[in-house]
Design a binder for this molecule. Structure first.
Ligand SMILES: [Zn+2]
Length: 246
């Protein structure tokens, strides 16, 4: 997953290295390798037209299918009650059924949730999108379905932002699983200039508490944005620690 596939900031060389390095130093995190999503799985979220356009670029197609496959594998493990963070790219939350932009190709969360549902493993989900940018792809694909609830919190600084996350979780309906579109571009030294590393830990912890109380511990997250390559690793680690209950 460290191979480049396009020239966007999300696909830039070196972007994931700090996360791989830091997580690799912590024996409690196990790395697992996905297999690419198959056409049937992609087509649950996307038009054949969009898929065939992406398939026209072999290297990109390979990486986009692998990212979607990573999302599927993460969901399959999370549904058993074990927390998972999918360190995948390209990101997905700006990919709609028949269009895509914002460094995204396939909507990884939608592919994953619709696959879990097709397998009869879930019926409903809460999507917490804490990326700096609104996940229009998540909303366009999943938003009309009453079984899926999507929240894009906002707020200036840690305190306001975390209060908004908490409010969204407190008001969430009963669901079978919670998943995050985990963007780290709200970070204080990233594009959003807004959240501290500890805020990401707290978001993870709020998801842990929600999952424990509301959906049998079922929780996972997929990487979206985050462009401070040096600090992405420590922010991912902080979030993962929170998601595990720390
Ligand atoms: Zn973003």
């Amino acid at each position: 997953m460290l191979e480049t596939y396009d020239s966007t900031p999300a696909g830039a060389p070196g972007r994931l290295e700090s996360a791989v390095e830091i997580l690799g130093k912590h024996p409690e995190y196990e790395f697992i390798e996905p297999t690419p999503a198959i056409e049937e799985q992609i087509l649950r979220a996307h038009s054949r037209r969009l898929m065939e356009r992406i398939q026209g670029d072999e290297r990109l197609s390979k990486m986009a299918s692998l990212a979607a496959g990573g999302a599927i594998l993460a969901g399959e493990i999370a549904v058993k009650g074990e927390p998972v963070f999918a360190l995948i790219r390209p990101p997905g939350h700006h990919a709609s059924e028949d269009s895509n932009w914002g460094f995204c190709y396939y909507c990884n969360i939608a592919v994953s949730l619709l696959d879990l549902r097709a397998k009869g493993l879930i019926d409903s989900a809460f999507v917490l999108d804490f990326d700096l940018h609104t996940g229009d792809g998540n909303i366009n694909i999943l938003g009309d379905d009453k079984k899926f609830t999507i929240s894009n919190p906002n707020g200036n600084g840690d305190e306001q932002y975390l209060a908004d996350v908490k409010r969204a979780l407190d008001n969430a309906p009963d669901v079978d699983i919670i998943v995050a579109s985990a963007g780290f571009d709200e970070y204080e030294d990233d594009w959003g200039s807004n959240l501290s590393t500890d805020a990401f830990r707290e978001i993870g912890h709020l998801m842990y508490e929600f999952a424990k109380e509301r959906c049998e511990g079922r929780r996972y997250a997929l990487l979206e944005g985050g462009y401070n390559f040096e600090d992405l690793g420590k922010n991912v680690l902080a979030f993962c620690e929170g998601l595990r209950g720390g």
